[in-house]
Design a binder for this molecule. Sequence first.
Ligand code: SDX
Length: 438
Amino acid sequence: MSVAENLRPSGAAEASVLIDGATYDLPIRKGTIGPDVIDINSLYQDTGCFTYDPGFTSTASCESKITFIDGDEGILLYRGYPIDQLAEYGSFVETCYLLLYGELPTREQYKAFDSRIVKHTMVHEQMTRFYTGFRRDAHPMAVMVGVVGALSAFYHDSIDIKDPEQRDIASIRMIAKMPTIAAMAYKYSIGQPFVYPRNELTYSANFLHMCFAVPCEEYKVDPVLARAMDRIFILHADHEQNASTSTVRLAGSSGANPFACISAGIACLWGPAHGGANEAALMMLQQIGSVDRIPEFIKRAKDKSDPFRLMGFGHRVYKNYDPRAKIMQKTCHEVLDAVGLGNDPILQVALELERIALSDDYFIQKKLYPNIDFYSGITLKALGFPTDMFTVLFAIARTVGWIAQWKEMIEDPMHRIGRPRQLYTGATERAYVATEAR
Ligand code: SDX
């Protein structure tokens, strides 16, 4: 079989597939930027063959206008705007508007959107009962999967996902309530009372207040830390068709309500190869402990017989520096300086590990660079969060990406239930054998 690109008389590009002497022409579709795609919609019907791509390394699962990544150039765009400009000049709520509706908001649009989010930050008082069903030492991601999924029970009968109005209110509710649900998970884990949202605080300041305030005294949020939290949320907001976003799209393709889909996304994000890497990266840095032990771990990372990997390094798409990691490193320094941990030994280990890895042929040849998770763990620890809350913070930020991608899919008139096929290598048909004859 060979695939050749040629031009149809109409000038449209197409690929030709040669199977057992027969040629099949497949249209090539071009995006505004990024790789072209070979449209294989008719392949099985025409040839009786499937394509085979288990990790989806060469497969576009959908058409999207939301986020674009150029892994070789280290570029990340949200609706065309570079991530470094949004992180530098924008806010997370503004980024939510951009991801959901496609354009940066005017002043009036921003005020109206922000006010809608503020008005939905509380959760039904009955939801507090869910928390008491968990052990205090339950991993907060397990709590998030359960409590967010339970939102379906509070809103399921009022969500007709075919109604744009109700899709919009579900989106606002999800973005608004995730910080509250996350802060409640944290408070429950440390045995402190829940703190209600404060409408006069900004989104990120409100989250920090709900996590760190106690009823006995006034808690003033440090504006430097609130700004850092907001920037961390912007960096994590969306990232094309990553594992958890693909999970949300696949769950949503069956018509499941958005709360259940987001709960599925949270479950997928929990994995250490995905959103759990920030927790794993900090634990790795703590395990290394000091700069003189770095060579031992670099050696292990290269040893094929050793399952150890440098957590926070490598990426399926970025084969250059993850643009978010650069901004994360800058934020890390700002936060450590603000809390007086500028000389934190863990940061010294991270900086030296990065320096050594980036000059090591193994990592250069395999194009393994620090990703967003390499510095986020150190930063979140300095903000006062325990390691098991790191992926929860990732989930708060990524909720707007999941919801924007879910909305885009539902609003695509061509969308249908996702149902991949397989390469079957199991037993061929055989007759049942009675127990005594086995
Ligand atoms: C996120 O998809 C997204 O966009 C995700 C994300 C998002 O915003 O949604 O960006 C968030 O998940 C970032 C990634 C966080 N994960 C980690 O930091 C965990 C450590 N990284 C690896 O597990 C790995 O790099 C992945 C999972 C991120 C990518 O895996 P791939 O693309 O399947 O690459 P691979 O596992 O096939 O690795 C290619 C080679 C292998 O060697 P060979 O088999 O070719 O000899 O590189 C090696 C791997 O052994 N390798 C590493 C390594 N990562 C890959 N070796 C040592 N340390 C590592 N971290």
